[in-house]
Design a protein around this ligand. Structure first.
Ligand code: F0G
Length: 416
């Protein structure tokens, strides 16, 4: 790692060596940012002409001895005409992060985070996870040939994610508690047993994740959208995207910051609750609940950075959605645009619908919803929320009866 970057406390602004394995300020305990001295040097580089990917934006990332990559990033930005018609908005794009190598945006954070771990000489990494972080860390650790230990809330993560962590060879500790408890335990374990922590508390993870915002702007030909809407759980992603775009604005690559809009599930909404009260502080939720297991989080570690994004971006905001609204939005996105996302991801679409209906997003705002994880991660929830398959005898007469019913039904639907 070269000397033009350092870790800096977001509260007391104490600076620390970039190679120091710390996750919070040693003086006051607040969160850390990775800061750089010479970002404007990037204005001269030819990186802008390269195809999009996380490492395209390396002038804005730490320079490392080892880079562990699985070809992450470069996810599609879909212009969703069918869905925008349905919701009553002129321009809507979906940035589909489920297209990453392990099926979620976490891969952007892990390519940087695990590269830092390897470059700092760590040979054991750990995280607590609602599923996606553990799947991603396990894959990148395998590629880096280092040991991986993941702490998951027992019985509370979607099946696809568990299968991934197991298949990539992580040691899986199923903790008899919720995610917030697992996160406290992994933090303590990392301190005691010198493992490198790769939750989003680790500021290098967020450096990788800020490339979501970079790709969105790049894919829109440098025309910054009015709003970016995304689900919020541990609150790293919203903080990361905001930080990245702020860095671009500071050096004049873009001239405005989008509204940063965070969506939480009603039963797990400490940040949206704080925003609605206009608070600068967050009251944690002791027993978070939601069908969107990825964001079933009551004590988001990055709450302070998330509020900075929400209050700091022009007309930034946070909203809550119910489980019913999430599941409905998941189906609507799949059935209008052919994009299958996991429930947590669909909360961004559910939030958009609610905000349009409430007049909080104008029809002519150019909006990007980030869908964070692939639908196949959580097949159980999908199967439960859809109509059952039609059981039929292996007989052409029987099939004819059913098909004619389907045809009558769909012709009527098209005729309307
Ligand atoms: N969407 C998905 C699919 C996620 O897996 C997560 C977080 C989020 C949204 C929220 O992102 O935490 O940056 O606000 N999943 C973590 C995990 C907590 O362990 O996989 P955030």
């Amino acid at each position: 790692m070269d000397s033009d970057l350092w870790l800096e406390c977001i509260s007391c602004h104490t600076k620390f060596d970039a190679r120091k394995m710390i996750y919070v300020c040693e003086k006051c305990g607040h969160l850390l940012d990775v800061n750089y001295s010479n970002l404007d040097r990037a204005l001269e580089g030819d990186w802008k002409d390269k195809p999009i990917s996380v490492w395209k934006y390396s002038p804005f990332l730490p320079k490392l001895e080892h880079v562990i990559s699985l070809n992450e990033g470069k996810t599609n930005l879909y212009h969703c005409i069918n869905l925008s018609d349905k919701l009553g908005i002129d321009n809507l794009w979906v940035k589909n992060e489920g297209e990453n190598p392990t099926g979620s945006f976490k891969d952007r954070g892990m390519t940087v985070g695990v590269s830092v771990a390897k470059s700092l000489g760590s040979n054991i990494v750990a995280c607590a996870s609602t599923g996606n972080t553990s799947a991603s860390l396990a894959a990148y650790a395998a590629k880096a040939k280092i040991t991986c230990v993941v702490f998951i809330p027992s019985g509370k993560i979607a099946l696809g994610k568990l299968a991934q962590a197991m298949m990539y060879g992580a040691f899986v500790l199923a903790i008899k508690g919720n995610f917030d408890e697992a996160l406290e335990l992994v933090q303590e374990s990392c301190e005691r047993f010198h493992m490198y922590l790769l939750n989003s508390l680790n500021p290098y993870r967020l450096e990788g994740q800020k490339t979501i915002g970079y790709e969105i702007v790049d894919q829109l030909n440098w025309d910054v959208p009015e709003a970016i809407i995304l689900p919020v759980g541990n609150a790293g992603n919203i903080s990361a995207i905001y930080k990245g775009l702020l860095e671009w604005k500071k050096i004049g690559l873009i001239d405005k910051i989008p509204r940063m809009i965070g969506i939480q599930a009603e039963g797990s909404a400490p940040i949206a609750n704080a925003y609605k009260k206009g608070d600068k502080d967050v009251t944690f939720v002791e027993k978070p609940e939601t069908v969107a297991t990825a964001i079933r989080i009551g004590k988001p570690v990055n709450w302070e950075k998330a509020l900075r994004a929400i209050y700091g971006s022009p007309k930034g905001m946070a909203e809550t959605v119910s489980d019913e609204e999430i599941l409905e939005a998941q189906k609507t996105l799949a059935r209008t645009e052919g994009i299958f996302v996991e429930p947590a991801s669909a909360s961004s679409i559910a939030g958009l619908k609610k905000l349009i209906d409430d007049g909080k997003i104008e029809r002519d705002e150019r909006v990007v919803c980030v869908t964070t994880g692939h639908g196949l991660k959580d097949p159980d929830t999908a199967i439960k929320s859809c109509e059952k398959p039609i059981q039929v005898e292996a007989d052409i007469e029987e099939i004819e009866k059913i098909l004619s019913k389907i045809m009558r039904k769909t012709m009527n639907a098209y005729a309307v």
